[in-house]
Design a protein around this ligand. Structure first.
Ligand SMILES: Cc1cc2nc3c(=O)[nH]c(=O)nc-3n(C[C@H](O)[C@H](O)[C@H](O)COP(=O)(O)OP(=O)(O)OC[C@H]3O[C@@H](n4cnc5c(N)ncnc54)[C@H](O)[C@@H]3O)c2cc1C
Length: 438
């Protein structure tokens, strides 16, 4: 692709975990990339507040394949990055993940079937085994989740949960921003460039295709390929490019809270704890530095969903939501306290209509999107890097991806990833959990 009339072969709008992973993959293929980010450092957008849970519990075939493939990058991080980082490399805490079966549990039955198909290791635990492994937890069946002002919230469990799936290869990254810095250093070692404090204000077009970006200071950067990886600002960038209306699946910035609570008294949650997902209670959790338990909601309908302007939203913790979330968690972890001070973070999901991402070209030739990550694509950064690079290679060489979707072969697992599943023009995917589970 190299052409000296351009500043780069590819301009990547955004230097979050996905923008950085795409940069590493493309620059390693000899493509000249420039990441442009209005923030002051890599990963300072929504990635900085990611819970960065690495799990393989997706509801679709492609979702499980993408996450299992993506998981291998975290395991092989130093080799994948292939460069020094003066800040050090991230650590993957592979503490495993517990998936509690709620009532009907159709979603987990499907996950189990997909894991069998793809030979992904797991164990099935019954309520007695759960009690033995996690003595500080209560495995009563309390769902479906409600709010504390509903009398049903306070009912006692009449029976135990059906059991759980234990995924030993799952875990989390405790410093998601550092992972972006690692990726940046990896890309720079291959010639990739990063420009921070640099805001894109328009997409340049020439002869019906993308030609670069215009910047807030009035200057421009020229390249024949532009990729929108702007996270919760994705729809704003799509509108700049004039492709928003042609896309069947839309994206919106959804406000999301995550709470931090000290571990139950006497429990070393950093070591004895686990990553967990629990549809019966309606939350997910993981160990958080300082022997805390991180609590995330699965955006229950009863809690309401708040779509916001990504440049103007309330970043303070909502005390009612904090209270509801900690009370819910206390059902599963009865010794968990309710500190007076509400602690945690507020950030944004770039939520798509069916909670699955869009990794695709657009109607504007040369303009691509890696968006709609819906609170669940941090873990997939490595596989998204490969997928976007394969897609752009094929389309720029003349392949009609809309008619015949590009198939990616995962470099670690050999699994086939059908990028047609991530099309902007798909119908709403009925297999999706329609939640952060993807
Ligand atoms: C609270 C929370 C918890 C999460 N937990 C998990 C989890 O446990 N596991 C998981 O897999 N995923 C999780 N996710 C999702 C995951 O973090 C995201 O999918 C991922 O970080 C998105 O990365 P990104 O690079 O696409 O976006 P971002 O990190 O948001 O990067 C986009 C960048 O674009 C820049 N930008 C925007 N507009 C412009 C412009 N006009 N000009 C220049 N730059 C611009 C921004 O400054 C930003 O840095 C979570 C997300 C949140 C918010």
């Amino acid at each position: 692709m190299t052409d000296t009339t351009h500043d780069a072969d590819v301009i990547i709008i955004g230097a979050g975990v996905l923008g950085c992973a795409i940069a590493l993959e493309m620059s390693r293929r000899g493509i000249r990339t420039i990441n442009v980010d209005k923030a002051s450092a890599a990963g300072a957008g929504s990635t900085i507040n990611s819970c960065a849970i690495i799990r393989f519990t997706y509801s679709t075939h492609v979702g499980v394949a993408m996450s299992w493939e993506g998981g291998q990058y975290w395991k092989n991080w130093a080799d994948y990055i292939g460069a020094e980082d003066e800040k050090g490399l991230i650590e993957f805490h592979d503490v495993g993940q517990l998936n509690v079966f709620a009532d009907e549990a159709e979603r987990l039955d499907r996950v189990q079937q997909l894991w069998d198909e793809m030979d992904i290791p797991y164990e099935q635990l019954d309520a007695d085994e759960l009690a033995e492994r996690f003595p500080f937890m209560d495995f009563g069946w309390y769902g479906p989740p409600t709010r504390p002002d509903d009398p049903a919230f306070w009912k006692e469990a009449e029976q135990q949960v059906r059991g759980a799936l234990w995924s030993p290869d799952a875990g989390y990254i405790s410093d998601p921003q550092l992972s972006c810095h690692n990726l940046q250093r990896g890309a720079e070692a291959e010639g990739g460039e990063f420009r921070f404090n640099t805001e894109v204000t328009a997409i340049l077009q020439e002869a019906g295709r993308a030609a670069g970006v215009e910047l807030a200071d009035g200057s421009s950067l020229r390249a024949p390929v532009v990729i929108n990886v702007a996270g919760p600002h994705s729809s704003i960038i799509n509108k700049m490019a004039g492709v928003y209306d042609e896309m069947n699946i839309k994206t919106n910035a959804l406000r999301h809270e995550v709470h931090h609570v000290p571990s139950p008294e006497g429990v070393d949650f950093m070591n004895a704890g686990t990553v967990g997902a629990d549809d019966d209670i309606g939350f997910y959790f993981r160990p958080e530095v300082g022997n805390n338990v991180l609590l995330g909601s699965v955006d229950l309908e009863c809690d309401g969903r708040e779509y916001v302007d990504p440049d103007d939203y309330d970043t303070t913790i909502d005390r009612d939501q904090w209270h509801a979330q900690v009370l819910r968690a206390q059902r599963r972890m009865p010794e968990l306290g309710m500190p007076h001070e509400a602690r945690g973070i507020v950030d944004l999901y770039d939520q798509s209509d069916d909670w699955l991402p869009i990794y695709d070209r657009t109607a504007l030739d040369g303009f691509y999107v890696a968006i709609g990550t819906s609170g669940n694509q941090y873990k997939n950064a490595g596989s998204v890097g490969q997928a976007m690079a394969d897609l752009i290679d094929a389309v720029e060489a003349g392949h009609d991806h809309d008619a015949e979707p590009v198939q990616v072969t995962g470099r670690y697992t050999g699994l086939t990833i059908d990028l047609g599943a991530y099309s902007r023009n798909r119908d709403i995917n009925a297999d999706s959990s329609m939640s952060v589970h993807g």
